[in-house]
Design a protein around this ligand. Sequence first.
Ligand code: CP
Length: 329
Amino acid sequence: MDYSTSSHQVVESNDSAMPVKTIQARHLLSINDLSVDEIMLILETAEAMKEIGSRAIKKVPTLRGKTIVNLFYEPSTRTRTSFEIAEKRLSADTLNISTVGSSVTKGETLIDTARNLEAMAPDMIILRHPSSGACHQLARVCRARIVNAGDGMHEHPTQALLDAFTILAHHGRIKGLKVAIIGDLLHSRVARSNLLLLKLLGAEVCLCGPPTLIPPSVSDFGVRSTTSIEDAVTDADVIMMLRIQKERMRGHFVSSLREYFNVFGLTSARVERAKSNVIIMHPGPINRGVEIASEVADGTRSVMLEQVSNGVAVRMAVLYLLAGSGETI
Ligand code: CP
């Protein structure tokens, strides 16, 4: 399928003309919920959604009458904002609930919170939660469709989708690309979702980090791992940097952040080892001078802000396709 010449049109006003193609899963909890064709359909649909974002009036009535709750138990800048913008561009009614200011602070459990929200009949719940598997728990008790916006150390599927969209925009393909994912792999849900998606689409993935931050299970994924950043970035088409997730660490995994930067930080000299058209990615938030030098983060090969822009289009595509999954709406 050629994504650069998508003929997929987003329906603006006539629900009966919704595309026949959709995705099977009721919820988006993991990249494992999607087939290769469904991933490609999301990316193709995102192209059409991106066009909406370039209009003077960035709004279509596609999800008019649908109610979407953004339920965030962890801080977020990019994901929460881009979901909300995506929902508004599709004309859904949106509601934001975060831990602070909700009855979660009074001890209400996730399931009780979800059941009470369900009583108000939302169509979708977008959940970010510190516990791995929280989205699966919610999907078991909720009628609403659940989208995983990051659950603990498990997955962040829409981040991997927007990363794939960004890679395709620059390289035109994913199959056969050399992708280096570098940093705190142990605690990263972004790494897991990307690993699943990139493997599915045929990329050659190399994981790199300190031995304490490479999970023993990487061998199950059939990818190469190394503790040498010089090795990982050599001839890379894509370098994806990850943040040290201090908030998820129990104990000491690196001796010091300065030492970490010296050994694993992405510097201009290290980027020189990659292909000349390499793109530098990071899901954000970045820690300058820890995993990446400022000159690289702000340099010409960095596509970090494009990732953020693409997040809106990809999340619009996910919401649109999920709203129509398994039934005619
Ligand atoms: N990439 C990402 O998940 O960023 P936020 O934590 O700001 O949402």
